[in-house]
Write a protein that binds this ligand. Structure first.
Ligand SMILES: Cc1ncc(COP(=O)(O)O)c(C=O)c1O
Length: 453
């Protein structure tokens, strides 16, 4: 029988996260204070995040030890298996070898608990009692709900309204893990009330939900805010995926030609690819590709600018690829990819040409997801389908060129709570959607006056 999976023993799980800031050829642009235009100081962030996470955010140490209590929780589902997608290879008739990290084996079903558990732990150690956050697809909200339960913290989640309605069972999962879940925009915050006054039918967006969660956290001295993507410390925690993958591929004696992942805020993509970016900086020949939706084409169409991470302009200004902080993406069925911005680290790597980006329409991504499910069994999350569409494209290219390429990608989550989206696709209700250029120009107008990176 041909080998399908490579496991690592728990004793082989990496004991440190990898910090790309130690190896970047040029440093990241600092986040700026919106009032002064000057780089923000750690104490400016203190009402929002605990100081131990702020220290990680700015650290340039290459290796950061994973605390023992975090490793103990990780061991519930980590190390995750590395699979060879032989079924898909056969279905495509490609000479490419396709490998994937299955991050869908965690209790909430995605990569998100890799940082949720770490963030809940650091907040607990700092004496915080409650975390407030936003969620798009519900994967992040459910991951943080579980992590807060594990460390005895309360959790409040503002869930983008369109996803709240599309995915009622994600809410049930959050409530099962003891959290409170509120559809956003809501009347609980000034930011939410302002949006509702302008547009009572607003489908919500991650930018709006972030504004609500920050406002909610900052108003309570015992609470802090937690973000599931974008920030340096979130990407840091996710690097355990790529570090495990490197050990697993080493056991097979294989090194990838192409590394791929879907990108919403950039955390699962970065989690897999940053250890490979390190190799690339040191001379390895590897192509690294982020896949995003044509309806929210942050990396492929958004310029590299300073912009706010949220709609109500409460965050520092971040140097990133952006579609504009007041951009509200179309309600496509990949809630986790509907974000106007992108992780500063991922944006910086694109600027440095260490990675590239490709955009896919939702019909193409669901077609790839269904093809995957029929060939490989597991049903992917709609976000993950973007990575699969990129893999299919790359594997077909390898077939055309007659090349035995090795492709590695991040299977970021399962789709068992997203079946309404599959239902819409299978019954022909999903449509193509490409963001019109006028809409990009309109949304970007709000960033014109900000400092340029
Ligand atoms: C399964 C899955 N994949 C990918 C993403 C996108 O987020 P990120 O770009 O931070 O990995 C999400 C976000 O909710 C998700 O749930």
């Amino acid at each position: 029988m041909e080998q399908i999976k490579v496991f690592l023993d728990e004793s082989e799980m990496p004991r440190q996260w990898y910090n790309i800031q130690a190896d970047l050829p040029t440093p990241l642009r600092p986040p700026l204070h919106p009032a002064t235009g000057q780089p923000i100081k750690p104490e400016d962030l203190a009402p929002v995040f605990p100081m131990n996470l702020i220290e990680q955010e700015v650290s340039t140490e290459r290796w950061i030890p994973i605390p023992e209590p975090v490793l103990e929780k990780y061991a519930l589902w980590r190390p995750t298996p590395l699979y060879r997608a032989r079924g898909l290879e056969k279905a495509l008739g490609t000479p490419a070898k396709i490998y994937y990290k299955n991050e869908g084996v965690s209790p909430p079903g995605s990569h998100k608990p890799n940082t949720a558990v770490a963030q809940a732990y650091y907040n607990k150690v700092f004496g915080i009692k409650r975390l407030s956050t936003e969620t798009g697809a519900g994967q992040w909200g459910s991951a943080l709900s579980m992590a807060c339960q594990m460390f005895g913290l309360q959790c409040r989640v503002f869930m983008v309204k369109v996803s709240y309605n599309q995915k009622p069972y994600r809410r049930s999962m959050m409530e099962t893990w003891g959290a409170e879940c509120i559809p956003s925009p809501s009347d609980r915050t000034q930011a939410g009330r302002k949006i509702l006054a302008q547009n009572p039918d607003s489908p919500g967006s991650l930018g709006i939900a972030i504004s609500e969660a920050i406002e909610d956290a900052v108003g309570d001295p015992e609470a802090r805010y937690s973000l599931g993507s974008v920030l340096n410390h979130v990407l840091l925690h996710q690097t355990i995926i790529g570090l495990e993958a490197q050990k697993q591929l080493e056991k097979l004696g294989v090194y990838p030609d192409v590394v791929m992942g879907c990108a919403g805020g950039g955390s699962n993509f970065a989690g897999l690819c940053l250890p490979f970016v390190r190799d690339k900086i040191h001379g390895k020949n590897v192509t690294i590709v982020a896949a995003e939706p044509t309806s929210c084409p942050t990396l492929t169409k958004g310029p590299f600018r300073y912009d706010f991470g949220d709609t109500a302009m409460t965050t520092p200004l971040l140097a990133m690829h952006t579609l504009g902080h007041d951009f509200v993406p179309a309600p496509i069925h990949a809630g986790g990819l509907r974000y106007h911005g992108m992780a500063p680290i991922v944006s910086h790597l694109l600027e440095e040409k260490l990675i590239e980006a490709r955009a896919f329409d939702q019909l193409e991504t669901f077609t790839a997801g269904v093809q995957w499910a029929r060939a490989e069994g597991f049903i992917p999350a709609p976000e993950t389908n973007h990575a699969i569409a990129a893999v299919v494209q790359e594997a077909l290219r390898a077939k055309e060129e007659g090349k035995e390429k090795v492709i590695l990608f991040n299977w970021s989550g399962h789709g068992y709570v997203d079946m309404a989206a599959y239902d819409a696709f299978l019954s022909g209700k999903l449509t193509r959607y490409e963001l019109p250029e006028e809409e990009i120009r309109r949304a970007l107008a709000s960033t014109e006056a900000f400092p340029k990176p």
